[in-house]
Design a protein around this ligand. Structure first.
Ligand SMILES: CC(C)(COP(=O)(O)OP(=O)(O)OC[C@H]1O[C@@H](n2cnc3c(N)ncnc32)[C@H](O)[C@@H]1OP(=O)(O)O)[C@@H](O)C(=O)NCCC(=O)NCCS
Length: 269
């Protein structure tokens, strides 16, 4: 792997991202798994979900299952915590054709603030701008994907940044194809990584970036569904998703972490 690879965050986060990239090399031919730069995920949980999540957490540092039934979350988490692992959850939201309609309608009626320009990060984008977009994400408590993923090299997709007149990124949003072509979820794209600098919130910027990403992925990459994780209680994120018809489901993103990978002691019962 190139020493020039662009990873972000503290050393534990960088190590996690490197392990995820390596694990994906091993698992990318298996349709049960998905990847777009964050930890490799299980995308069709079955009876073995706890076993797989625990293994992913120990190997990678963190494991996640998308499409995990909300009603089974407590049992799963109890089992994983019994193994000395920690758990977390995001509610899974999903949008389809209605999300495309809502996005296109919004783009037709709502202009971008006049001081901003939108750029799509690609292979030619400067390392400096990619790093500043990652910093923006971190300042909003959003995990940035590695540079190769932002640039659309890791998976087909798009990462957009709204730049002000000084060329500073004030908001970002992304969407990437993340599943194996043989997966029943092959046309589901990850959508999100939305972050707006605190002094530019409420101007409709994230809504526009989110809508542009949906429109782009539908037209250019065959995306027909958009999934994202929203933390319960994140009212602004939830409202934004709902405006674009990306709606709550009966699934969660079920997370499992090995505390030792983050320099912490294992959890004891
Ligand atoms: C979520 C976030 C990206 C929204 O960015 P933003 O540019 O301020 O969002 P917008 O101005 O485009 O708002 C979009 C819609 O969300 C809703 N909204 C925005 N802020 C809100 C708030 N504080 N409470 C309730 N609804 C809110 C509104 O319905 C708004 O639509 P409207 O302008 O038509 O009323 C921003 O708050 C942020 O960076 N938060 C921290 C990171 C985060 O939580 N990201 C999402 C991860 S899933």
């Amino acid at each position: 792997m190139s020493e020039n690879a662009e990873y972000f965050g503290d050393p534990h986060r960088v190590a996690l991202a490197r392990r995820s990239a390596d694990l994906w090399e091993l698992l990318k031919d298996n349709p049960r798994f998905s990847y777009y730069g964050r930890p490799v995920g299980l995308c069709d949980p079955r009876d073995d979900a706890a076993t797989i999540l625990a293994a992913m957490a120990r190997v990678q540092g963190a494991g996640v299952s998308q499409f995990f039934p909300t009603t089974e979350a407590d049992g799963l988490f109890a089992e994983l915590q019994g193994e000395g692992l920690t758990t977390d959850r995001h509610e899974q939201f999903l949008g389809g054709q209605e999300a495309l309609r809502a996005s296109q309608a919004l783009l037709a009626r709502r202009p971008l603030p006049s001081d901003l320009e939108i750029v799509a990060i690609d292979a030619n984008t400067s390392r400096d701008l990619v790093a500043r977009v990652a910093e923006l994400c971190q300042s909003c408590d959003v995990s940035p994907v590695p540079g190769a993923a932002m640039r659309g090299v890791t998976r087909p997709g798009v990462c957009l940044a709204a730049l002000d007149r000084k060329g500073e990124p004030v908001a970002t949003g992304a969407s990437f194809m993340s599943h194996h072509p043989a997966s029943p979820r092959a046309a589901h794209a990850f959508w999100g990584m939305l972050a707006t600098r605190s002094d530019r919130r409420g101007e409709g910027i994230a809504l526009l970036l989110g809508a542009m990403a949906i429109d782009h992925m539908w037209r250019n990459h065959g995306a027909r569904a958009f999934i994202t994780g929203v933390r319960a209680g994140n009212a602004s994120s939830r409202a934004l998703c709902e405006k674009l018809a990306v709606l709550p489901t009966q699934w969660i993103y079920a997370w499992c972490m090995d505390p030792r990978s983050f320099g912490e002691q294992p959890v004891t019962k």
